[in-house]
Design a protein around this ligand. Structure first.
Ligand SMILES: Cc1cc2nc3c(=O)[nH]c(=O)nc-3n(C[C@H](O)[C@H](O)[C@H](O)COP(=O)(O)O)c2cc1C
Length: 369
């Protein structure tokens, strides 16, 4: 029976996840102005501890990597202390949580960077607009990174990975999707470098591989996941031949022994843009010896289908987890779901954050409370 698959345990590196339902990383911009998490964030994540695995919202690895006001950082002692409260609260409820490590690259603005220009592989602006104190503005043309700076960013990722360990996380996920810095290096629409970090696909994958290796040096590759989104068209992302570069990325990460790939399927808006790769988890699965986590637009039925067809090992849920802290229990019991309210996705306080109701008479919550 399909239900058994979603609720059958799975081994991810040294961790045994009790089910295959993953909470997707989601920025909720409720950290303080300096990027430190606090008690309301600990409550939010611990409410969702039934997930087989929680992936935290993206946390910037350096001030240069910031791209969103009130998003959390993971590069100062205060950041580590804040995250430790979150992690401890999740562990106290029996959950597991990975930290998502993030550098926004060109998807940022000087007002978030002490006046500096955002950095990127090449001086090509992200498509779209960003909210600034003066109103919405087009993304600025970023400054091209020097080779020595790229090494410095790898070191920043490594330090952030150490910080995640200090905060007590169970592992880390590199955000190499979504149109952010690691993704910007992968794709030809944002990377037109002529040095060893640009050009052929092996060169465009170099920064990702160096970062993954550095982070695996801290955690062990079997506690490191990587998020990829080959079909994503947000911020004007595009590649001349995504099948080639993402195959290269997946097989390189496989050789490294990376624990899982969090593979995004196209969204409605990606599909509206036209010619994009589909069925990515299934498409790249045979090239990867770790676990394949599929994400993007899944509900219970779609999740059951992809697991049943052996198209993925696990499935991540984003917006459904915002609205349903007890999503696994609702799936298991076949109960109706609360609808997410996009108005409260970003910013604000506990409204739309920690106040979504759980099922009454909840056997699991009774057990662990
Ligand atoms: C409010 C919000 C914030 C998000 N922030 C992040 C993030 O910090 N890191 C990330 O990798 N993806 C982020 N995403 C994308 C989600 O992880 C997920 O891939 C996406 O919502 C599609 O899954 P869904 O259809 O199950 O919601 C965010 C999505 C939402 C709705």
């Amino acid at each position: 029976m399909t239900m058994n698959l979603l609720f059958s345990p799975i081994q991810v590196g040294p961790l045994t996840l009790p089910n295959r339902i993953v909470m997707a990383p989601m920025s909720r911009t409720r950290a303080n102005a300096e990027g430190a998490m606090g008690s309301v964030n600990a409550e939010y994540y611990s409410q969702r501890a039934q997930a087989g695995l929680i992936v935290s919202e993206a946390a910037w690895i350096s001030l240069q990597g910031r791209g969103l006001d009130h998003s959390p950082g993971i590069c100062s002692p205060d950041h580590v202390a804040g995250w430790k409260r979150v992690v401890d609260a999740v562990h106290a409820k029996g959950g597991r949580i990975f930290a998502q490590l993030w550098h926004c690259g060109r998807v940022s603005s000087p007002h978030l960077l002490d006046g500096a220009l955002p950095v990127a592989p090449s001086p090509i602006a992200a498509l779209g607009r960003i909210r600034t104190p003066e109103g919405f503005r087009n993304f600025p043309t970023p400054r091209m990174l020097e080779i020595a700076e790229i090494r410095g960013i790898v070191a920043d990722f490594e330090r952030a990975a150490k910080n995640a360990q200090e905060a007590g996380f169970d592992g880390v996920e590199l955000h190499a999707g979504g149109g952010y810095l690691l993704d910007q290096f992968l794709q030809t629409g944002s990377n037109i470098r002529r040095d060893r970090y640009g050009g052929m696909s092996a060169n465009r994958c170099r920064f990702l591989f160096e970062t993954a290796e550095a982070v695996a040096g801290i955690w062990g590759a079997d506690r490191v996941g990587v998020k990829l989104s080959p079909s994503n068209r947000d911020f004007g992302m595009i590649d001349a031949d995504p099948q080639i570069v993402f195959s290269k990325a997946v097989s390189g990460l496989s050789a490294m022994g990376i624990a899982y790939i969090h593979m995004m399927e196209p969204s409605e808006s990606d599909l509206a843009e036209g010619d994009v790769l589909r069925d990515n988890a299934q498409r790249f699965r045979r090239q990867f010896k770790g676990k394949m986590m599929a994400g993007g637009g899944f509900d219970l039925a779609k999740a059951q289908t992809i697991l049943e067809n052996d198209g993925a090992d696990m499935v991540s849920f984003g917006r459904l987890f915002i609205a349903n802290p007890d999503l696994p229990e609702r799936f298991r019991a076949g109960k109706p779901l609360n609808a997410p309210d996009p108005e409260t996705f970003y910013g604000g306080g506990s409204e739309g954050y920690t106040d979504y109701p759980i099922l009454e008479s909840h056997p699991y919550m009774r057990l662990i409370d």
